[in-house]
Design a protein around this ligand. Structure first.
Ligand code: SF4
Length: 330
């Protein structure tokens, strides 16, 4: 009886990663999926896709890996703070470690040759494979026939003649194959990784510049929420942009952080570190008043809460032109 080979397949939830799993399942491979979680990309699409495909799904925390790659990218950064080549490499490396631990036979990804000019050209795919240390156990099922065959292909675990040969940026062939497999819900290409966004990248860079490689991990997660304003090297305040932000800030900020609001009008929640000085707190309160619905130039009451203690101070909203100097990303 023919052995059933087992693959761990990286699943972002995008079309390509779903198709890679489909073509493996079609060949009778036992497939389980891995989706990585970090402050910069989520797992929702991967979770939905795994459910739709009916494969067992593992969510693996990748925070420390990606923070390391962002700060020391052996192969450089993309247009923003995205270390794509090193990120791919480490995703495969982590999958390789799990492969050994869990007794799988090979790793699969949904990479397509030449789909991205920098990170998925032939040379980059080779670099990623080699640096991952699992080069010979890595299969890219969507373009396997176009690149150097690895062990699962050479030894016939997979029939390469039955695999697609996708290359380039044209997604029509993938969409046709998706139709054949009955895949309907797949996200639009690109997007989903905050590291590729310049504005977010600037916020992350500011945090790492000020807090260093051991930056508080809660502060890293908070980068996704609200406007960030730096009052001093060691003092940054975060201003909720809308109600959802305000609720998230309330829930996710450090318990010891100060919460600043204008209680009598529609207001943002402003979060400030407990180490803030009185003078800086005055500035933070003026900023809060600036973003609250208050009449310009008129004094307003601002409530500052720390734990179970609250007090009220009176400030004049900061002029919008004066706020700009503090903004991490304007
Ligand atoms: S886009 Fe983001 S998640 Fe994707 S490889 Fe680049 S850094 Fe990693």
């Amino acid at each position: 009886m023919k052995k059933q080979y087992k693959a761990l397949s990286l699943l972002s939830g995008g079309l390509d990663s779903q198709l890679a799993i489909c073509v493996l399942l079609e060949q009778g491979i036992h497939v389980e999926a891995i989706t990585y979680r970090s402050p910069f990309f989520g797992t929702e699409k991967g979770e939905q896709a795994a459910k739709a495909l009916g494969v067992k799904h593992h969510i693996i925390d990748f925070t420390e890996d990606i923070l390391e790659q962002v700060q020391r990218p052996a192969h450089g950064l993309g247009k923003a703070m995205n270390p794509c080549i090193d990120c791919h490499t480490h995703m495969i490396m982590r999958a390789g470690e799990l492969l050994e631990k869990w007794g799988f036979d090979f790793i699969a990804t949904g990479e397509v040759l030449a789909q991205r000019p920098m990170s998925q050209n032939k040379q980059s795919l080779g670099v990623v494979a080699r640096c991952s240390k699992y080069e010979d156990l890595l299969v890219r099922p969507l373009c396997a026939s176009l690149i150097e065959p690895t062990k699962p292909i050479r030894e016939g675990w997979l029939d390469v003649s039955r695999l697609p040969a996708f290359s380039g940026r044209n997604r029509t062939p993938q969409m046709k194959l998706a139709e054949q497999f009955g895949l309907k819900d797949y996200p639009a290409p690109a997007g989903g990784c905050l590291l590729t966004e310049k504005r977010f990248g600037n916020k992350l860079k500011d945090l790492l510049d000020h807090e260093g490689p051991d930056a508080d991990r809660t502060n890293v997660w908070l980068l996704k929420i609200g406007r960030h304003l730096r009052l001093a090297d060691d003092i940054k305040v975060i201003v909720g942009s809308d109600e959802a932000d305000n609720n998230l800030l309330e829930a996710k900020a450090h318990p010891e952080d100060l919460r600043i609001i204008c209680p009598d009008v529609p207001t943002p929640t402003v979060i400030a570190p407990s180490t803030i000085s009185e003078e800086q707190l005055q500035t933070a309160a003026e900023i809060c008043a600036r973003y609250a619905k208050t009449p310009a130039g008129e004094p307003v009451e601002v409530q500052v809460t720390k734990g179970s203690e609250s007090r009220t101070i009176s400030v004049v909203p900061m002029h919008p032109d004066d706020v700009v100097q503090f903004m991490v990303v304007s």
